[in-house]
Design a protein around this ligand. Sequence first.
Ligand code: DQA
Length: 143
Amino acid sequence: MAAVYVLNGPNLNLLGMREPETYGAATLADVEASLRKLCAARGIDLAFRQSNSEGDLVSWIQEAGSAGAPVILNAGAYTHTSIAIHDAIRGAKADVVEVHISNVHAREKFRHHSYVSPVAKGVILGFGVRVYALAFEALFPSI
Ligand code: DQA
């Protein structure tokens, strides 16, 4: 069975109550539920995870690479700091779609640089939590 990993980094467990003017009202459980529906409809196995720890994200990217599964990755603030995540994506040879709920380029300068983008297959950002479904469609096109 085809599989997809959806990996969420630090503070994304707070979605829904964290800066709703920037990230919206949906919770991470809402995001998971909508992806579970998409995956069920297409017979795709979903590993949906969140961690505040960089090492967990590194291990899960390696796991996805070993499983030959693509990754939808919102690395949160680690996007802008983590060479370890960059190296994990390179080393695991996993297909990664980088997502961000907010348009990071319209925000503070420190959010403009991503260590993930150079090793990602593509980047989708700024469309609220719909970026997860858009990334899913990019990986598993229905049209
Ligand atoms: C984010 C953007 C990051 O800059 C921020 O640190 C996050 C969330 C987004 O989804 O818009 O935690 O990745």
